[in-house]
Design a protein around this ligand. Structure first.
Ligand code: PLP
Length: 286
């Protein structure tokens, strides 16, 4: 049985409780982060903590504790659950004012809810999918207009994963005004003529922590990066495609809406970026 963290306490998962009036339960009024663990250490923790602070700030939510305290909780959970490879899920909600109301409760009297738990994923970095690549479908992006805030409103991404599965694929890429925004739970990239192309940062996409690190490593390795949007057709005609996220690192995409991308096998740029990302981020892991 896992040990989880709820509002200051480490508890067996079966004893952890949150109010039925919690605003995340009633209104999806909460934000989250997922940090990967490799070799018992946290990958890109600083980036995730900084983005959490930004999400909270954008929604006028109170921070439940300091960044140092968050790091200590992450480490304690990794140790107590003996996680070598896996994930730490963190969620902060606006808390419970003891009733249902659209208006935000007074932050002076309603404390945020803070929940963390681990997911054990032995061999997380040796995923077989990284060798074969994944297949994606495109779907209209009907999410809200502030995708840069990492909220727990994940119904549409869940529906997208189900639609992909039904189509015999692994994931979905969202499209708005004819241009790819991002994957259902990752940032999307194509490679053409050696250039790495990914949508620019705005309210339209989540500012991926893995994206920031991968683009930094790519530039350091003298690769050319172009931050702009692209269409499904351009992606289908690209040399390569891939996605990035904290839990999948760099994952090659080999098919989009039934069309093979490049040779239909993982390309060298994605493979090299995966290698660099894993090597460099493990060096900086805490
Ligand atoms: N875009 C969306 C919609 C996501 O849900 C995620 C991760 O969950 C990402 C991008 C990738 O972000 P990160 O690299 O910080 O995990």
């Amino acid at each position: 049985m896992r040990t989880v963290y709820v509002n200051g306490e480490y508890l067996p998962e079966s004893e952890a409780k949150v109010s039925i009036f919690d605003r995340a339960f009633l209104m999806a009024d909460g934000v989250y982060e997922v940090t990967s663990v490799l070799g018992g250490k946290l990958i890109d923790f600083d980036g995730h903590a900084k983005r959490l602070a930004r999400s909270l700030n954008e929604l006028d939510m109170k921070a439940p504790c300091t960044e140092d305290e968050l790091l200590a909780i992450h480490r304690e959970l990794v140790a107590r659950n003996e996680i070598t490879d896996g994930l730490v899920y963190l969620q902060v909600t606006r808390g419970s004012a003891g009733d249902r109301d659209f208006a935000f409760p007074d932050p002076e009297t309603t404390e945020p809810t803070l929940v963390l738990f681990t997911q054990n994923k032995p061999g997380l970095a040796e995923s077989p999918a990284a060798k074969t690549g994944i297949k994606v479908i495109s779907l209209e992006d009907i999410r809200w207009g502030r995708r840069d805030i990492k909220t727990v409103q994940l119904l549409y991404p869940s529906m997208a994963k189900m639609a992909a599965k039904k189509a015999g694929c692994d994931d979905a890429w969202f499209v708005e005004d004819g241009k790819v925004t991002e994957g259902s739970s990752n940032n999307a990239y194509i490679v053409k003529g050696g250039k790495i192309i990914t949508r620019e940062l705005s309210h339209d996409i989540l500012h991926g922590i893995t994206r920031a690190a991968v683009l930094r490593f790519a530039k350091e390795a003298q690769m050319v990066v172009e931050e702009r949007s692209f269409t499904v057709e351009e992606a289908q005609q690209a040399d390569e495609a891939f996605v990035t996220s904290a839990s999948s690192f760099v994952m090659p995409v080999v098919e989009l809406d039934g069309a093979k991308i490049g040779a239909g096998t993982p390309g060298p740029v994605a493979a090299r970026l995966r290698e660099i990302y894993l090597e460099e981020s493990m060096k900086m892991a805490v």
